[in-house]
Design a protein around this ligand. Sequence first.
Ligand code: G1P
Ligand code: ZN
Length: 542
Amino acid sequence: MIREIATRPIAGQRPGTSGLRKKVAEFQAPHYVENFVQSIFDSLEGFAGQTLVLGGDGRYFNRETVQTVLRIAAANGFGRVLVGQGGILSTPAVSCLIRKRHAFGGIILSASHNPGGPEGDFGIKYNVSNGGPAPEKVTEAIYAGTRRIARYRILDAPPVDIDRIGDVRLGNMAVEIVDPVAEYRALMETLVDFDRIRALFRAGFRMRFDAMSAVTGPYAKAILEGALGAPAGTVMHGEPLPDFGGHHPDPNLVHARQIYDLAMGPDAPDLCAASDGDGDRNLIVGRGLFVTPSDSLAVLAANAHLAPGYAQGIAGIARSMPTSRAADRVAAAKRIAIYETPTGWKYFGNLLDAGLATICGEESAGTGSNHLREKDGVWAVLLWLNVLAARGASVAEIVRRHWAEYGRNYYARHDYEEVDADGANALVAALRERLPKLPGTRAGALAIAEADDFAYHDPVDGSDTLHQGVRIHFADHSRIVYRLSGTGTAGATLRVYIERFEADPARHGLETGQALGDLIALSRSLADIPRFTGRAEPSTVT
Ligand code: G1P
Ligand code: ZN
């Protein structure tokens, strides 16, 4: 029986760049999930009888929310919902299923790399029919819906058994419980050379992949240890746990320290890698060498043609604005276009749909291609494996040769997390005000060449996105970027991105901190960070 439940708006249900992300306790409040999911459906048209994809990263509250979404979807008239077995689907796997099964859209239950468990975070994200995150006009419509909602529709029915693969009915709707990995693995087989990678492992290549007790465990085990024949134990923390084993499933140098230390240790494997909570991010560390996500994007773009899925070459490269400009040099050498977009994966969607870009990436450990409309952690690792197998060289050799050919973009991101929001906003406002006066002045030893507040004009739909971060360009091609995070759940986070280009191979072996030294000091004084935030040092450096 379908029930109409009277409800009223709950404050703060505004989806950001990566959906609605809050503390678990907030999601557990009465009507919270129902209001939001009904508002998603209220913002859409034409889904009657259509297919929806549903799954999440396995974090606490995932299973309960799957059941709630199913009952609301059934009451709203969806024809079929594809659910990953156990409620598990990585973000890229949802994107893959939406595309392969011509679904109307998908709901992803995840707070990405944020901690899980009862005290941690939860999230709900809606993806559209191209497999990518909902564009702003959809998320704004969802938000508007949450502010006027007065009722939601829900089917009265017992829970669906989501652990057994196969079809069941829920009211008039079909529920299809699918293997979370199968379609995704089949797609990977069309993109990278599985035979070649199999031969690599047979020849003794050693890797460790840290799934961080999050969603990629089943994918990495099935593909690396299963299809590609890597030895058992290659995948670490391969079981998705509701609290991710108490860890922060963020594959950066802080939270994926174990894999990093392994790569730097005496018995380092040839490749160390990790992915995040929902499987869209990646960390690549060679023996003794961490590959920054910006460099990884550039190296993959330069070498993608070595993999069967990209054998015809790539049409263009897209990177988010704060990502280093290493990829720009690859694009220039290949005479292909480079696109600079605002932070957030959704800005790549139009470029990929229009065939303007093939490979894209962000400095925040996201890399992807036109195979999906999400960044894809396991794909990035597989493409690296393909490149390593094809080139017959180590990660470090490939990266060093890349720098020798294109130059090196030293790069670091400094995060000032959970600072006072008013202070952070005031800092950015003060910078913006000074922008017109900065060019031509000196900051320390450096001359400021240009300064602006990044605005993006989408070449496909003609839309403009303003105020995406303050960019300070120096005469020596160094750059400092300031922007506020759009994904935090407490206070504000100021992100400062610092980059310096070095053409001379004799100077490619410096420590990043050493290479960026003067710029780091400048990044603090230029924006008066201590005064506005009360912090002398960033809380995280990646
Ligand atoms: C962060 C990253 C950004 C990424 C987003 C979602 O957003 O910086 O590149 O797209 O998470 O994973 P931010 O917190 O900086 O707004
Ligand atoms: Zn993620």
